[in-house]
Design a protein around this ligand. Sequence first.
Ligand code: CP
Ligand code: NVA
Length: 331
Amino acid sequence: MTLSGRDFLKESDFTPGELDALLLLAADLKAAKRLGNEKQRLAGRQLAAIFEKTSTRTRVSFEVAMRDQGGHVTVLDPASSQIGHKESPADTARVLSRMFDAIEYRGAAQTVVEQLAQYADVPVYNGLTDQWHPTQMLADFLTMREHATDPLVPLRYAYLGDARSNMGNSLLVMGAMMGADVRIVAPQSLWPAADVQEIARAHALATGARIMLTDDVPQGVDGAEFVHTDVWVSMGEPAEVWAQRVDLLRPYRVDAAVMAATGDPMAKFMHCLPAYHDQQTSIGRRLAEDFGLTDGVEVSHGVFESPASVVFDQAENRMHTIKAILVATLT
Ligand code: CP
Ligand code: NVA
């Protein structure tokens, strides 16, 4: 397999076989780093990382992965560069292509990352848009494979929360591509858009994946080996939507009862992070005050801190999987 020179703008840019190969490469790179025998394959290579939205994991994953492999990263944000307000994606892409070997972009519109890719001569990676979070999917699948009790059985997972956002869309389509048993568990008004459901159904026909969209929590999580959630209000949404979102999603908060409803005592909890599970953040405190959500918002503090929670394995795997994308597309 060669993915040399390829963009990664959404999951379906790659075939299931290519995604599988990236996951295997990530596992190899993770093992090599642990053993201290990682081979540097990106010596002297340069990555431009554009962050129009804030980030901890994605940014440090690209930075550490590049450095581990002998490469370099320049981070650009709108406040300290011309991107967006003074220079178009098309012009930015052509400038960066003259100096860099690859471009990462995190922002709102999927059309921006697509324009960057159209005009760039180098690979472009989507570090999150409103529509998709493809690098997160590789980390989530590596983590689920590591924790699955039977590697021969298709992964069974449920996603509870705002399923019209990047995480809901990506978990639905990635699961369909990888032949998983995917349950989207949310009020119908927060289900993925019809076109996203269509993409997932088309993949499921080819792969044998099982897809369920339901507003019924016990039905949705029954038999799930992994329970995913995400923040109820995503970056870029106005603070005013919290009240309506809390009303809609309060019954979909992941707590001990939801984990028990899987029927699997080994079921694992997953979250792309950051998570509102306590009052150690300003927003966590405000949500507790405004809505009485004193024991976490999308997930209870107890579940977040329980042995079932694999969220920090998931966070670590961002780096190993992003490294796999860089190595596969730049060598
Ligand atoms: N999960 C994730 O994308 O985290 P960051 O927003 O910190 O990059
Ligand atoms: N849905 C979240 C994911 C953060 C990693 C957001 O877009 O804010």
